[in-house]
Design a protein around this ligand. Structure first.
Ligand code: ATP
Ligand code: MG
Length: 228
């Protein structure tokens, strides 16, 4: 039996655009179980990235609550949310967000060093090898191709073996073969570590490998289906 450990309750998000309020997410109610694989799909602009940011506690909703392990993260300070996430939650952003002054190797190593993890160097080398970046360890992000930067961001997220992983278009910039490797790594992590995956994607193949597919449309849940 899987336990619900992430829950969005009546979550909405309104931003101001040109001085006018713009509602981006409308009354979202979703519960995610531990060790589950979830795809969030929907047209460009439907609110996937916004929803991921709220679920991950990177951003706060305009209304509603988000519970992670029974704690309402919307009631925590930014610091409190960061502490709750440390070592447990990882993200792969649509915009990579690699640190520009660190090499590929250092970007991945840093996430382990922050956690005082043992064997940080060998874990870093091993994961970078898995994503096919062994020959680019000393390159800075601006010396990597888009797909290489994405693989580095993926290695950085995977290396801590999080219990919850958010991925925003993890295969968006990759060729077929690399994209397959990355998807395999995502599902291996789910099997090995019971990591829950919440993946925003336009990739139908990737979505179909998830147990559950949530479709957003205009900031609302249009459908929420379990894959056979
Ligand atoms: N800071 C902002 N101010 C105003 N509008 C915003 C802001 N951020 C996002 N939006 C709008 O909110 C809507 C949802 O954006 P979001 O990035 O969540 O979409 P998405 O589903 O991830 O799209 P894509 O598939 O293109 O990545 C879009 O219409 C976007 O223009
Ligand atoms: Mg997006």
């Amino acid at each position: 039996m899987s336990i619900p450990f992430l829950k969005a309750e009546n979550v909405s998000k309104t931003l101001s655009s040109g001085g006018k309020p713009l509602q981006i997410l409308k009354t979202i109610n979703l519960t995610f179980s531990a060790a589950s694989t979830n795809a969030i799909v929907g047209a460009s602009g439907s609110g996937k990235t916004t929803l991921l940011g709220l679920l991950a506690g990177l951003d706060l909703p305009s209304a509603g609550s988000i519970y992670f392990s029974d704690k309402d993260i919307t009631k925590l300070s930014e610091d409190g949310r960061a502490k709750l996430r440390a070592g447990r939650v990882a993200f792969i952003f649509q915009s990579f967000q690699l640190l520009q002054h660190l090499t590929a190797y250092e970007n991945v190593l840093l996430s382990l060093e922050i956690l005082n993890s043992s064997q940080a160097k060998s874990k870093t080398l091993s994961i970078l090898d898995r994503v096919g970046l062994s020959h680019r360890l000393d390159h800075y992000p601006n010396q990597l191709s888009g797909g290489e930067q994405q693989r580095c961001a993926i290695a950085r997220a995977f290396v801590i073996k999080p219990v919850l992983l958010f991925a925003d278009e993890p295969t968006g910039n990759l060729d077929l073969k690399t994209s397959q490797t990355v998807v395999d790594l995502l599902f291996e992590l789910n099997h090995e570590r019971q990591t829950s995956l919440i993946i925003a994607t336009h990739d139908i193949g990737l979505a179909s490998r998830c147990e559950r597919v949530i479709t957003l449309s205009g900031g609302e849940v249009l459908s929420d289906e379990t894959n056979k």
